[in-house]
Design a protein around this ligand. Structure first.
Ligand code: NDP
Length: 606
């Protein structure tokens, strides 16, 4: 294996990615695995360069003085010195032919440099990897924003010293380069397209649109069976007309719009989300916990007036069908409205140009009606709070059906554990603004169905199961399961808080004990604490909790364990998606992080 040619701290000439321009840079580190040097430009930009893109200063100067002709390489070299970031050009006397040549040359350079900055804005780093589709990078500035107003062009050109000061007089000439702008716009449009399709691409997305509702349908039918063992699959199908009741759909709509009303209440603080690709930050009202309190009060009033909450249990399948129909209509609406929004408002992960794929993953990133954010609202309100209400209905149904004065210990455990989880999510609502769902995924069928159907109707499977399949557990078993849930919760909460606090304020003295790897984006990657234990400690805690939710259902059937099995699959897949995005965002620094923290979710296993 060849050894490295340049030492850390050495000042060398680094080629600007995709161009023939060389700037003075300082080597900050070298990665033995990828053979890439991390170099720092004078304006602070950090890039990962191959050895072939770096030259020693001496060889560079030598070449320059040796060359007497106006060879392209010489032109590039002199240009590179005068146009290095943060370094204005020095004027030079030239003959008329040279000056003509220089003029042409200048146009070319500006074109090149604009295109280079575009690619930098998309990826922030050059490390030989494909362009990132990540559009929520804090430092991302939309190119259109840069090019449209003349003042903006001026600012950008000055910021990067793309032209010598002497030539400022000729800026009108530069601005008239409409073709450049058009070319750049075309490239920007092309680069914002989703190139790498997830979920098995178009075929996978198409299959999931049918598979997900079918899975919910079969799970609910299975749980209703006296013997829900796998041997009894498929369960007998109900009559089609029994699946739909207008009144149930009305109750569902009432629920949805009641939650929407709570969301609109002017209580709770308003915070800003992460910067979008155009630099704008959306505002979000944090009042999910208040919505939960108001819902609890409303349910309390209903119970006080003898409302039979087990109506939910009796019409469970009809509620699921109503929610599924609603989520499908919502997804269709979301897709059609997304066709009218500007390119920059589309989701980085759902802009493939293929109808089925974009419909499934979500085409528009943050669909809003006025200030009402549809995705943010659906993520934590109707489905998540609905899950707790369904669990409570199951608890009451169990008491009624089995003539119990008290719910069973198993039912109490399942209800309490899941209540804790939901309350925690609502209490820490602000943390959702940095999740993949909000920053990367669009709002389409996947999230609409997931939030409104999958979460409330599948996550409540254990409570639903316990109504029809009473399971007695001993106090020591209950204590052991509770301890397991507490351990899972502790890992989940402390890992999430550690990262969220670090992201919010990396200089927080309370986090001074944590070590991190700096990255070119300015964000650090924690390598000690929970995030130094495994790469997704929060997923580990979540999975431990999922197991604790299933254990109270005993070991007679695998059905109540569906959640934990599905959840492991979901988080393993999610981890792979996140890993891919982080690799694009952080390049070499992410690879270093993976070397330092080799296990993804389960220490010494995976
Ligand atoms: P995470 O909270 O795991 O965040 C991943 C992001 O964290 C990365 O993209 C990166 O973003 C940042 N990051 C990664 N490594 C480090 C590090 N070493 N130091 C600092 N930052 C790092 O994302 P999710 O949205 O997947 O999960 C959020 C929570 O929601 C989890 O607890 C998960 O278990 C739970 N969840 C629950 C589900 C359910 O159905 N119950 C479904 C999905 C998730 P950046 O650098 O840009 O900040």
């Amino acid at each position: 294996m060849p050894s490295r040619r340049f030492a850390d701290g050495e000042v060398v000439m680094g080629r600007w990615p995709g161009s023939v321009l060389y700037y003075e840079v300082q080597v900050t580190s070298y990665d033995d695995v990828s053979h890439l040097y991390t170099v720092k430009y004078k304006d602070g930009t950090e890039l990962a360069l191959k050895e072939s893109d770096i030259r020693s200063q001496s060889s560079f100067k030598q070449r320059k003085s040796q060359s007497s002709s106006s060879s392209p390489s010489r032109r590039s070299s002199s240009r590179s010195r005068s146009r290095s970031p943060g370094r204005p050009a020095k004027g030079r006397r030239r003959s008329s032919s040279q000056s003509r040549e220089h003029k042409d040359d200048k146009k070319k350079t500006i074109q090149e440099t604009n295109l280079e900055k575009l690619s930098e804005n998309n990826t922030r780093r050059y490390n030989g990897e494909p362009d990132s589709t990540e559009r929520n990078d804090t430092s991302c500035i939309s190119l259109e924003q840069k090019l449209k107003p003349d003042l903006e062009i001026e600012r950008v050109l000055e910021q990067y010293s793309l032209r010598p000061r002497k030539e400022e007089k000729k800026k009108e000439e530069i601005y008239s380069e409409k073709k450049i702008i058009e070319t750049v716009k075309k490239i920007e449009k092309a680069s914002s397209k989703t190139k790498e399709l997830e979920f098995g691409g178009r075929i996978g997305a198409f299959t999931l649109i049918f598979l997900l509702p079918a899975a919910v349908f079969y799970l609910l039918l299975m749980v209703k069976q006296d013997d829900p063992s796998l041997m009894n699959f498929p369960p007998p199908l109900p009559k089609l007309e029994s699946l739909w009741e207008a009144r149930v759909f009305g109750v569902f709509l009432l629920w949805f719009f009641l939650q929407a009303l709570f969301y609109l209440l002017p209580v709770g603080k308003v915070v800003e989300g992460l910067p979008l690709s155009n630099g704008r930050k959306l505002q979000y009202r944090i009042n999910g916990f208040y919505a939960f309190i108001l819902t609890a009060a409303a349910i309390g009033i209903l119970l006080y007036f003898q409302f039979e909450l087990h109506y939910l249990y009796d019409h469970f399948m009809q509620f699921a069908v109503s929610a599924a129909a609603f989520s499908m209509v919502l997804s269709i609406y979301l897709y059609f409205r997304s066709l009218k929004v500007p390119e920059e408002e589309l989701a980085p992960g759902g802009n493939s140009g293929y109808f089925v794929y974009d419909f499934f993953t979500g085409h528009e990133l943050n669909p809003r009606i006025g200030s009402f954010d549809l995705k943010y609202f659906c993520e934590l309100r109707p489905g998540l709070i609905g899950w707790v209400v369904i669990n409570l209905a199951m608890l009451l149904a169990e008491m009624k059906i089995h003539n119990q004065n008290m719910p069973s210990l198993s039912m109490i455990l399942v209800n309490s554990f899941q209540l804790l989880y939901v309350v925690d999510a609502l209490w820490n609502e602000e943390a959702i603004l940095t999740t993949m769902d909000i920053t990367h995924d669009g709002f389409g069928f996947m999230l609409a169905f997931g939030d409104l159907v999958w979460v409330p109707f599948v996550y409540s499977l254990q409570a639903f199961y316990l109504v029809g399949h009473p399971t007695a557990i001993s106090w020591p078993a209950a204590a052991a399961i509770t301890i397991l849930n507490c351990i899972g919760y502790y890992i989940f909460r402390s890992a999430n808080s550690q990262k969220n606090n670090f992201r919010r304020n990396p200089a927080d003295p309370k986090l001074a004990y944590l070590k991190f790897i700096p990255t070119a984006t300015g964000k650090g990657l924690l390598v000690t604490g929970w995030w130094g234990f495994v790469r997704h400690p929060n997923y580990l805690g979540d999975i431990i909790m999922a197991l604790a939710w299933s254990l109270p259902c005993g070991f007679s059937h695998i059905l109540p364990y569906f959640y934990v099995i599905y959840f492991i699959c979901l988080l393993v897949h999610r981890e792979a998606r996140d890993e891919h995005h982080c690799k694009q965002k952080y390049g070499l620094a992410w690879e270093r992080y993976c070397q330092r923290v080799p296990y993804r979710i389960f220490p010494y296993i995976y």
